[in-house]
Ligand binder design. Sequence first.
Ligand code: ADP
Ligand code: MG
Length: 329
Amino acid sequence: MFQKNVLRDYELALFVSYVIETVELSKTYSGGVQALKGLNMKIKAGESVGFLGPNGAGKTTTIQILLNLIHPTSGEVYLFEEPMKGRARELLSRVGALVGEPGYYNNLTPNDLLEYICQSYRMDKRTTTLRIKEVLEEVRLSDVRFKKIGTFSTGMKRRLGIAQVLVHDPELIILDEPTLGLDPKGIREIRDIIKGINKEGKTIFLTSHNLTEAYEINQRFIFLDKGKLISDESIEKIESILGESIIEVEFYKDVSPDKIDLVRRISGVVDVKKDTNHSFILEYSGDKKTVHAILKEIVNLNLPIITFNPRHMTLEDYYLRLYSQNEGN
Ligand SMILES: Nc1ncnc2c1ncn2[C@@H]1O[C@H](COP(=O)(O)OP(=O)(O)O)[C@@H](O)[C@H]1O
Ligand SMILES: [Mg+2]
């Protein structure tokens, strides 16, 4: 953080420093569940990464390994380019993590709690006072600094959790499902706070099962499925993919797989995927003329079509495509 003020941007650009690196990280729990199967990833300083995937993908397992709460079965973790083995305590003092809901003493105030944390990091009195003021402003809890935590809403408690994570000024912030269980207003507040933290130059690594939210917060997305990395893309790449066009097609009754195969063979159609019961997503390449030609062909095939809706892909479509490709692996 202090380095940043001293070095100019072009000087910083000469360093590529990785704050997280995992090498062939694997974890098999004692019951035999293989939660991670050789995960390789590198996160650069200053990045904001969404670590995404369905329930059971291995996200929390990864975070717990990064925080040295559990040990991998095999593989290595490097934090700030240093191997974690044997040095976890020292390296983790540069990390702030919010995993699950911290237990709070209802009779304490945010000031009490944060003072206690600062003491545990052996911060002096002056720094403590300054940091408490700064982080409470950051999470918008300045006005309740001396109010009892017992009176707080879920959203306020979550923001206090983030203040706790930030108070010792860590370089890397790890958050596991930071908005889980919050209402839309609470979600928006947390989202804005996280974006603000990243703007200050801190690295963000967060898990979420909510794609829309991750898309708002992060600039890079790592998708995990069944313990393996299945996609790692920058926001620019994702946006170019989302620019691709699809057509939602709905029939009013079942259409046999061989009829769908005929649709798949229409010129311009790249692929056809089942969406819901009688709905399909048709990927095509071409322009509006192509769309018109496809529509004509489908009508010629005498299929029971009732909806034909050309549109652009969303992150959800991207996700479904990714995970249907990965099915059975
Ligand atoms: N302590 C544990 N003991 C045994 N199996 C576990 C344990 N924790 C998680 N698992 C299993 O490991 C897999 C990955 O879980 P987890 O890392 O929590 O995924 P995610 O956070 O992506 O939902 C799941 O199949 C889960 O049931
Ligand atoms: Mg989890």
